[in-house]
Design a protein around this ligand. Sequence first.
Ligand code: ADP
Ligand code: MG
Length: 706
Amino acid sequence: MVERSYKYLNEIELNFVKGIGEKKFASLKKSKLKTINDLIRYFPRTHIDRSKVKLVSEIEQNDQTYEVTIFGTIDKLSVFTTKSRLRIATLTISDESGSLKAKWFGPQYIESRFKEGDVVAVSGKPEVKKTGSIEFKNPAIEKFTDVEELNQTGSLIPIYKKVEGMTSASIRKGLKEIINILESTKDNFEPGLFDVLPSNIREEYSLLDRFESIKKIHFPKNENDYKSARRRLVLDEFIYLRSIFANLKSKHKNENKGLVYKFTNPDIEEFVKQLPFNLTQSQNSAMNEILEDLKKTYPMKRLLQGDVGSGKTVVATIASYAAIKSDYQVALMAPTEVLAEQHYSSINEFMNKDQYEIHLLTSSVKNRDKILKNLKNGNPGLYVGTHALIQESIKFSNLGLAIIDEQQRFGVEQRKKLINETGNIPDQLVMTATPIPRTTALSIYGDLEISSINELPPGRKDITSHLIEGSKKDNDIIYDICKFHLKRKSQIFVVCPFIEESEVMDIQAAENVFIEYKEKFKDYKVSILHGKMSFDEKEQIMQDMKSGKIDILVSTIVIEVGIDIPNATLMIIESAERFGLNQLHQLRGRVGRSDKQSECVFHVSKKKTLKTISEDGKRRLEAIVDIKDGFRLSEIDLEIRGEGKVTGTSQSGQSDLKIADLRYDYKLLLESKNIFDQLESEDIKNLLFEEAQILFPNYFKASGTT
Ligand code: ADP
Ligand code: MG
């Protein structure tokens, strides 16, 4: 007897299944459902629970907090577009007892999928109005043509994401047929599906066997069936991820030879001693982890994460020093010129530029001859820059260490370009201040080692946050806060939002704010900074801000990352509801860098209040004033963004995860580690990796972090 495996099922195309003819097969293929494997892993979007089916007349106030389902016929369909260009599709649906309305907001094209007379099931939390009328907002909706089929399905009916040309009913039929085949002993096959996890592990963790989990994810008898099926399948996905990253890492270790470093511990100790401050404990451990990596026989691939202001630059400088001491070149690439300049000037505070080659290389730097010659000759040194570092004309001949700041702002290709331009593989240190929620770190950075700086340098005070609405009166409150800071000779940042459609527009908005502050604070020096200014202008303004010549600096989001001015103690963020949570957090981190009490004002757009801005905007603002921890904030950000989706098992983006949801499955993510570590047999590990390659092709196509 032979066992059927994912690998085997991956070879069998869906037209093999009874009831799936060429036409349906063509439709399925268009939705990337080609093989049996694809379909059994096309997990339902939701289930309609027939035990929760009610008649319209049975819906009562109480139901508002629960999901209910009604079956009915569409009487009327209308689409309306509001002034702010929001589409609202409304269906009037009735059963024998009464009728209600269902509304969809946004481009869901309900009208192209349904028509008057269709029999549908609608599930959601109903709103019961005072008048007694009932309304669903963005409910799940499903067309039913074959009532007979429904009666065979049991009480939980799986509903699938739309496959053009197929109904959920035909998908259900196909799946039932496949499950029948898998259950049979036909052609000498053992019934079921090969399960890579050994039975002792399944027992220890109370896991369903794989075939059961596939059966029950589609056709559960009750909620518990569904939950245990989902648990098994989510764990599988996490275990595959672990397998993939374990393999990537060991491949990297075995196949790539690292450079030889000749710095000594006393070199480093001496360097650290002459720094203007003592390193924090986390900076120290991050530094040690990096230096250990450099000495290994394979190239370093490490992520250094740390909240804004936690002091990553100095750690990067120490690593650079180790490389220079070993006669290598170091490239530090930052996403913006201002940030590159900032790195350049702080590095100069840490490392003497008369003693070492330290250069800034951005597109606005004119005199490049010496630098280019240096690079070509292989002269050791630190080259700080922007994308300019990866231009055609720039060739490192002796790159030992590549440091990439705010790595999420660069594309994979740009990073690869920096790394691969030379013959030998340099060590890589990527840095980010965008805290990655613990839950997503695995999927994004699985093949990187991670160092975290999880404390701020000593002596920093908490930043006081204010949420202020947009009326005239509110403006006066802000002016008073400004006066307080100006009186004690502190400086102020005012940041205006970035309007995506047009850089010109956001500069204009910033200019208006600039004029406003200039008029209000005539006795102070108010300046403006934006992305369209020349390098020299920007440089001058940043210098003036640093040296305290400017009291109030109005700018666009260009200062989002990196700017470090300890005497700036007030940050005002205009139209704060328009920024993402991470941006707000980063901006707030621009102040609070000295022992003076700092404040941050989140200012709602003019004339707006918390009631008149978007619900998401309101939630972001409420979160930012309450919470200081960047990691927690980025989790909340994910939650807010995630809820925009109707329901779902499937992740957005290029992730191959079909059922695991990194926002909610953190416990399973941890459990998957225990299971994975317990797999001892090489055979099992190899099989697992083989399956992972089949089920997670994207990780091999665009292995994002390499
Ligand atoms: P980020 O992690 O946001 O890049 P920076 O490297 O810009 O942070 O550091 C923020 C500020 O803190 C800088 O002025 C830096 O000189 C200072 N700093 C870094 N480490 C320490 C430390 N251990 N003690 C005191 N100040 C420090
Ligand atoms: Mg930084």
